[in-house]
Design a binder for this molecule. Structure first.
Ligand SMILES: [Zn+2]
Length: 48
């Protein structure tokens, strides 16, 4: 069951529309910020 949340009143609903406005997913997907750290290379230095 996928609950949606009304963007107007904030009520959870199963309908795609509520209060004459579109309901949205209460859990928006996170934008992948791992790519920023993916380019981060860890250099292992052999001291000595
Ligand atoms: Zn509503």
């Amino acid at each position: 069951m996928r609950l949606r949340r009304c963007t107007a009143c904030g009520a959870y609903t199963l309908s795609e529309t509520h209060c004459s406005v579109g309901s949205a997913n209460p859990h928006p997907p996170r934008y992948s910020a791992e790519d920023k750290y993916a380019s981060y290379r860890r250099k292992a230095r052999h001291g000595g």
